[in-house]
Design a binder for this molecule. Structure first.
Ligand SMILES: NC(=O)c1ccc[n+]([C@@H]2O[C@H](COP(=O)([O-])OP(=O)(O)OC[C@H]3O[C@@H](n4cnc5c(N)ncnc54)[C@H](OP(=O)(O)O)[C@@H]3O)[C@@H](O)[C@H]2O)c1
Length: 279
């Protein structure tokens, strides 16, 4: 066995939520390329089709287990995935949302202007669904001889993130949940980690990457000065899912180009003034 063999997932059974696009699709492709058999989830089967077609190129068609995770009862999709795959070794719970306005656009606003129902929706999808999904995943992962649960949190969960308090609080809660579950489930052989990406250009961040002023301002706060590539996040997820991370549990792995590293103002990176205009 070489060290690179530890990154292989041959024969492993993996569920990826939020797999219809963006980071979830990249994670699904990474796990499939490493040899895992996959179950994919998003709200509809139709939305999963493009990812399923790409995954099928690496070792066969995936199982599709759609469900709207705003309803915690839908976390039973984990059981459907395990039944179809004959068990589960890996769960990457990646589905998540930003606050949205009634017209569907992203709502970037400080807490004092954020309506309670919007807070409730973010917490329902990002936190309550995570807890329900972990609860359903436990018996399946406990039967695996190499179990890994990865919660897709965010750098917003480890630094202060004004204008996105609901999102940041829900993502911090995922980090906390990963730590608690890691300690509680370690003797059952289940590793649990949170993965915390910085800014990634996806549908979720369209409000930013379609606004040059906002993009310039945000990237000025990233020491590496750029967006993360999808594959840079997917590679970290693959590592956490694989035996290569066999002694790594309870951690928040931050993939953010240095965004969360305080520079004390000494890095000399010019910071343009904030483009946010408050009411
Ligand atoms: N993009 C970033 O900069 C960034 C940074 C840090 C962390 N993250 C985290 O990474 C994860 C993926 O983000 P992304 O940028 O790839 O987002 P995205 O492109 O908006 O994709 C979100 C995924 O979540 C699914 N989803 C949303 N609401 C759902 C619900 N109620 N039930 C089931 N599935 C639902 C979507 O599926 P359907 O819409 O097809 O149902 C889609 O597959 C999220 O947890 C996000 O918080 C993103």
């Amino acid at each position: 066995m070489t060290i690179l063999d530890r990154f292989h997932l041959d024969g492993r059974r993996a569920l990826v939520t939020g797999a219809s696009r963006g980071i979830g699709r990249a994670v699904a492709l990474a796990l499939a390329q490493a040899g895992a058999r996959l179950a994919l989830s998003a709200r509809t089967e139709t939305a999963l089709k493009p990812t399923a077609d790409q995954v099928a190129r690496y070792g066969g068609p995936p199982v599709l287990v759609p469900g709207d995770l705003a309803d915690t009862g839908q976390a039973a999709l984990v059981d459907r995935a395990a039944e179809a795959l004959g068990g589960l070794d890996i769960v990457v719970h990646n589905a998540g949302i930003l606050p949205t306005a009634p017209d569907g656009s992203t709502l970037l606003a400080p807490l004092q202007y954020l309506p309670q129902p919007v807070w409730d929706e973010v917490v329902a999808v990002n936190l309550n669904a995570t807890a329900a999904l972990c609860r359903h995943a436990h018996p399946h992962l406990a039967r695996s001889d190499s179990a890994s649960l990865v919660l897709m949190s965010s750098v917003a969960g480890v630094v202060g993130t004004p204008m996105m308090e609901a999102y940041a609080a829900s993502k911090a809660a995922q980090v906390s949940l990963a730590r608690s579950l890691a300690a509680g489930w370690a003797r059952a052989g289940i590793r649990v980690n949170a993965l915390c990406p910085g800014w990634v250009r996806t549908d979720m961040t369209a409000a930013v990457h379609t606004d040059p002023a906002l993009t310039d301002w945000l990237l000025a706060h990233v020491p590496m000065g750029r967006w993360a590539e999808l594959e840079e996040v997917a590679a970290a997820a693959l590592f956490l899912a694989s035996p290569a991370a066999g002694f790594l549990t309870g951690q928040a792995v931050v993939v953010d180009g240095g965004l969360s590293v305080p520079d004390g103002g000494l890095a000399g990176i010019p910071k343009p003034s904030s483009p946010f205009v408050l009411p």
